[in-house]
Write a protein that binds this ligand. Structure first.
Ligand code: MSP
Length: 523
């Protein structure tokens, strides 16, 4: 089982383009894995507890439970709109999750992994957190961003994180795909070095925070939001659902045949996923071969700046989908960012990439393959005559594109996968321009040659429809319908072969699938 998760989004606000990218990327990867023939499960959801939610709910004068119900709906409706099809939905206020978090806390307490101690130090009233020397500015003071800073002593529960960092270092050093892409692993290893002596405070006194999961053996406290949220990956996979289940069968989805993949943004690798979560799993008894792989993506920025409410540059994905179409947005999100790196969100590029790669190149190929077949051969697709060098080159180009697509997609590099398909589409259009089916049609002697050329173009469209389906499921379905090949929807990567269109097949009615985006006054 290929088990894929994304970060669960904070419900203290509305979803933006960064959230949308991560979920679309996961949706594309899961659809691709199914196309490959793998059994796959995709979990996503929302992070509903914590200080930020409590504060925003208070500002709006509603109970946090009412508030998160309302904001959760915005995420749910966005995923539906963008065609993000998940198999499991994680909400951290769900009873199953709460029970699992409490069971894990009890297990860790029984194993001696937790302890209680009083911490005294400087506390930011505004940010509601203890500060460390690292939070001081150049002149050794706590800057104005922290608001009023007071000295405070507070008792809390701690997880013996420092007892696991030796293991973590060795695990990261010896596991090639622990963090993808690998340059992020170096960042993580540096952070592990810096952090190795500190334990993790995993509780908050209820006087300070009520909106959380109660510590089962000390009810004056709730669980720290990160400790709670990270557990979603196992709680919704069935971990501790049966109280005495043993490793490795404990969590139906979390199996040994393929290690799970967590898709996360670069901001939550250190320390949350790369240190806390891996050490928590290790303390829970997860062996190395069950450790998840962390697929770390970069950020979408706006003209080099971070998206933020205060800068007023937040991009609403629902609005963009309404304006440009869901598939144009999906395509842009996975095409214009290399998995792992940052990118600048740019509407001109969205329109340009859609118009050149989909409307012009692919649209042109579809038009030639489908429209010309309809006009010149009544939609009948036949092999025609003997294959020429140009035909064989086109077949080679297709098989090379298919191989390159597979390699890239297996490495979660969707942009590179799309680029590989794009190369073949360009090859097809150049082939059409050289073969000139519109000229061949004028000469009754060249009927066979015309049939061969059209067959090569139509066969390419059929292949593209299958391989593009993870990114553009609706367009792929339309192409399959126009080709009159409903079985393409069930065609997996292993079934791809020259001859997807049977000899003597008649295609359906062609209709443009990628209409050009015209920038008007309102766009
Ligand atoms: N709730 C935590 C995650 C808990 S996972 C156990 C959180 N939530 S978040 O809403 O702030 O972010 C959710 C995801 O969106 C994170 O992976 C984050 O990196 C990603 N993004 C947030 N802004 C982003 C961009 N501007 N660009 C790309 N992804 C970004 O962190």
């Amino acid at each position: 089982m290929f088990y894929l998760t994304t970060a669960i989004d904070y419900t203290n606000g509305s979803p933006h383009i960064g959230h949308a990218y991560e979920k679309v990327l996961a949706d594309v990867i899961i659809r691709y894995r199914r196309l490959r023939g793998d059994e796959a499960f995709f979990l996503t959801g929302v992070d509903q507890h914590g200080q930020k939610v409590q504060q925003t709910a208070e500002k709006e004068g509603v109970h946090p439970a009412t508030f998160v119900k309302r904001t959760t709906k915005k995420f749910l409706s966005l995923w539906e709109k963008l065609g993000v099809e998940y198999d499991g939905w994680a909400e951290t206020t769900d009873g199953r999750h709460k029970a699992c978090v409490q069971a894990i806390l009890t297990d860790l307490q029984e194993k001696g992994e937790l302890y209680k101690k009083t911490h005294s130090g400087f506390y930011s009233v505004r940010q509601e957190q203890f500060l460390t020397d690292r939070d001081r500015d150049g002149s050794g003071n706590f800057g104005p961003e922290w608001g009023e800073v007071v000295e405070l002593a507070e008792e809390n529960w701690y997880f013996k994180l420092s007892e696991h960092t030796g293991w973590l270092k060795q695990y990261l050093e010896t596991t090639a795909d622990a963090v993808i892409p690998s340059f992020r692993k170096s960042e993580l290893l540096n952070a592990v070095e810096r952090n190795s002596g500190t334990d993790l405070c995993i509780s908050r006194p209820k006087e300070r925070l009520r909106w959380g999961i109660e510590i089962p053996f000390d009810t004056g406290f709730v669980t720290y939001v990160w400790f709670d949220a990270l557990i979603n990956y196992v709680s919704f996979a069935g971990y501790r659902a049966a109280p005495d289940a043993e490793l490795p069968d404990f969590a139906g989805l979390w199996t040994t045949d393929e290690r799970p993949v967590h898709i996360i943004g670069k901001d939550i690798l250190v320390p949350a996923h790369g240190i806390y979560w891996l050490c928590m799993l290790h303390a829970m008894g997860f062996p190395d071969e069950l450790m998840p792989r962390l697929l770390v993506h970069g950020w979408w920025n706006i003209r080099g700046e971070k998206m933020s409410k205060s800068l007023g540059n937040i991009i609403d994905p629902a609005e963009l989908a309404d304006k440009f179409g869901v598939e144009a947005l999906r395509y842009y999100l996975v095409r214009d960012i290399v998995t792992g790196k940052d990118s600048d969100f740019d509407l001109d590029r969205l329109v340009m990439l859609y118009n050149t790669e989909l409307a012009n190149e692919l649209g042109n190929l579809c038009n030639r393959a489908l429209n010309m077949s309809q006009r010149f051969t009544d939609g009948l697709i036949t092999r025609g005559g003997i294959f020429t060098d140009a035909d064989l080159e086109l077949q080679t180009s297709l098989s090379e594109a298919t191989d390159a697509y597979r390699v890239a997609m297996d490495e979660f590099d969707v942009s590179k996968g799309l680029e590989a398909l794009g190369r073949h589409v360009v090859h097809c259009n150049q082939y059409a321009e050289r073969m000139k089916p519109w000229e061949l049609n004028k000469d009754p002697e060249k009927k066979d040659r015309l049939a061969t050329v059209l067959q090569h173009l139509a066969e390419s469209v059929a292949h593209c429809a299958v391989m593009l389906s993870p990114v553009l499921p609706a367009a792929a379905a339309k192409l399959a319908a126009q080709l009159n090949l409903p079985h393409l929807a069930e065609t997996g990567l292993p079934d791809l072969h020259w001859g997807l269109i049977p000899e003597g097949h008649t295609i359906g009615k062609p209709k443009p699938v990628f209409p050009k985006i015209i920038i008007g006054e309102d766009t």
